[in-house]
Write a protein of this length. Structure first.
Length: 188
């Protein structure tokens, strides 16, 4: 009986560190994945106002959704939670909408496109919040954002400048000049 106990003690001594290392790796992997999801959510929350949705941070966060919410790959098969599936479905709908043409000069169609875009984005943000354990109401996600008017004005001015310079450099437009005063010629 003492030989059996000795073997059990030795086996436990050898296996315990291996189990501890594997457990630590599992915890780190889960923590890293959760951290990536939270980082994406933070970026989308920080850039959720209309003026910020073209920022690099916003676009980067959107492009990371497929990776972060992919699920687990086991034996060549994907296993994802229901909430991860909802996030990916919301993202696919929003992505498809973003890849449709904006209706240009048609103000009514443009307003509909913008409203659809906002609704799909809020669905996505809401689904991500639920997946990572945050309990935000949809109205809070939609309205609890601070975006100074000056930021919108700066963005609008930058767009005008960029478009104007692009038109000049491409030859579509010319640089307009106005002569106000021609100095008198002085004879020496």
């Amino acid at each position: 009986m003492s030989t059996a106990l000795t073997i059990i003690a030795i086996t436990a001594t050898v296996i315990s560190p291996l189990l501890a290392v594997q457990t630590q790796k599992f915890i780190e992997k889960h923590s890293q994945k959760k951290s990536l999801k939270i980082d994406i959510f933070k970026q989308l929350m920080a850039t959720r106002s209309q003026n910020a949705r073209l920022s690099n941070e916003h676009v980067h966060a959107l492009n990371m959704i497929d990776l972060a919410f992919y699920g687990k790959l086991k034996k060549g098969k994907t296993k994802r939670s229901d909430s991860e599936g909802r996030v990916l479905s919301s993202w696919k709908l929003y992505f498809a909408h973003l890849n449709t043409s904006y209706p240009g000069n048609d103000n009514a169609q443009g307003a509909i496109w913008n409203q659809t875009s906002n609704n799909l984005f809020l669905d996505l943000l809401s689904d991500i919040a639920k997946d990572i354990g945050y309990d935000f109401e949809r109205v809070q996600l939609q309205t609890a954002t601070y975006s100074p008017v000056a930021h919108g004005a700066i963005e609008s001015d930058q767009i005008k400048i960029r478009k104007g310079l692009a038109a000049i450099f491409s030859g579509e437009d010319a640089l307009k000049m106005e002569i106000i005063n021609i100095p008198a010629r002085q004879d020496s």
